[in-house]
Design a protein around this ligand. Structure first.
Ligand code: DLL
Length: 434
């Protein structure tokens, strides 16, 4: 059985990868300079010409692009080719500000789907598999990306899209789905729903899940692996760079291999913009090395993570990124202390609670407050107020140790926190409304 989708590139030597990147970056910078007036202006302002970029190391000379550039250039300002060469757009959910609209030529779609195919083969996928895709289809990149990857691998693809959990379960069981693709929060919900219907983990045929699009912890991974009886793998990507498949986990499950023949990754200090050495935590910056329609150079993702080039037992040579530890813009600063929702999730699951929680931040009399609503599993539910209060006190103490500040914990009845079918809404920050 094939272990890699494209072995020659996925296991290429470092010299070969650098050679590919050197060649592609020269072409790509020229392509962008000639076709994207917005970026040409940024380069001119910085005094850099395409000839200054000869090797991938020269990339440091190029200006960064940020979300606010995307907003300024919306919708067509960063297009790298004539509209007549574009065949598709995808877009973000755009809960704040303008949506990101990304464009694709047919070639861009082929390469994107190949990246997703690599991710599916890495979890053991092949033409015998039944791949159930319950990421949203439509503007969101999750459904279309994994759908395309699943076709390329030759799996029988179930294009379910998100939602309608009863129907998801019916297809999963009737058609014997072996690979599940969705957000980790939805995977947890499917696991919970299967249990409620009386299924045991061994009753389904699933062997692996490809879960991403939102942050999730190692504790959440164990929880999903147990409830579905599978191995749960991470996948990362963003609309700006194409969608899922920028990086993906292999059997080692210790970070995600970045498809370095298509995306060049840097880690920078988010304050100064300085490039940080391997192993340091910072903001992930991506350069698309061969995208035609939406060729972003040095795009700041705001995702915080670490890169590692330690050899991987799977044989892939591409650099690995850690799970994003949060986004520089969804880190909560509460009474001056930095708090990531992932720290809260870790405490909850370690203490044996459900991954159904919501964090509410507010400001009362000029002081930040943090409340966490946590749903009780039916077996922990009690109508004795004393029992509930004792559990709340225990969790508050564990949170204080992890976070360095004391949140107020409220245990709520089973099934009272809304489940997500796509990306979960974990934080409600009412301070922004003031
Ligand atoms: O979420 C693309 C995607 C679809 C990835 C399906 C994986 C699976 P956007 O909606 O543009 O694209 O959101 C991108 O989501 O900058 C991260 O902050 C976050 N994100 C994506 N994957 C992960 C992950 C898709 N595995 C933003 N872990 C990114 C943590 C993730 N955060």
């Amino acid at each position: 059985m094939a272990k890699y989708y494209q072995p020659e590139i996925e296991t290429a030597s470092r010299e070969e990868i650098i050679a590919i990147q050197n060649e592609k970056i020269r072409k790509q910078v020229k392509h962008v300079y000639e076709n994207v007036a917005y970026y040409r202006d940024l380069m001119d302002k910085q005094g850099v010409k395409p000839e200054d970029i000869q090797t991938i190391d020269d990339i440091k000379k190029l200006p960064f692009l940020t979300k606010s550039d995307l907003r300024d250039a919306y919708p067509y300002g960063l297009l790298g080719t004539d509209l007549k060469n574009c065949v598709r757009i995808q877009s973000t959910s755009g809960t704040t500000g303008k949506r990101v609209v990304a464009f694709y030529t047919q070639q861009d779609i082929e390469l994107w789907e190949e990246c997703c195919a690599r991710a599916i083969v890495a979890v053991g996928g092949n033409e015998d598999d039944v791949c159930q895709v319950c990421y949203g289809y439509g503007l969101f990149t999750g459904g279309p990306g994994l759908n395309g990857g699943s076709h390329k691998v030759g799996c029988l693809t179930l294009p379910m899209s998100s939602g309608n959990t009863d129907r998801q379960i019916q297809f999963m069981m009737d058609l014997g789905a072996t690979i599940l693709c969705c957000t980790p929060s939805y995977a947890a919900y499917i696991g919970e729903s299967l249990k409620e219907k009386g299924y045991k983990p061994e009753d389904n045929k699933l062997k692996a899940g490809i879960f991403g699009a939102e942050p999730w912890t190692e504790e959440m991974r164990h929880n999903i692996e147990e409830s579905l009886g599978i191995k749960a793998y991470d996948i990362y990507g963003l609309t700006e760079t194409s969608g899922p498949g920028v990086s993906f986990e292999c059997e080692e499950q210790t970070g995600m291999h970045i498809n370095e023949d298509h995306f060049y990754a840097e880690i920078i200090d988010p304050e100064t913009g300085e490039v940080l050495p391997e192993g340091e935590v910072g903001e992930l910056v991506f350069t698309s090395l061969d995208k035609e329609a939406f060729p972003l150079l040095r795009y700041r993702t705001r995702d915080l993570c670490v890169l590692s080039r330690k050899p991987c037992s799977c044989g892939r040579t591409h650099v690995k990124m850690s799970k994003p530890m949060g986004r520089s813009d969804d880190m909560l600063i509460i009474r001056g202390v930095n708090v990531f929702p992932s720290q809260i999730e870790t405490v909850l699951l370690n203490e044996g609670f459900t991954p159904n929680y919501q964090i509410i931040v507010d400001r009362v009399n000029n002081t930040d407050t943090i409340d966490i609503n946590i749903e009780l599993a039916p077996e922990k539910y009690s109508d004795r107020i004393k029992d509930i209060q004792a559990m709340e006190k225990g969790l508050e103490a564990a949170m204080r140790t992890m976070l360095g500040i004391g949140p107020k914990v409220h245990l709520v009845a089973p099934k009272t926190i809304v489940r997500s079918e796509g990306k979960a809404v974990r934080v409600i920050d009412n301070r922004k409304l003031h």
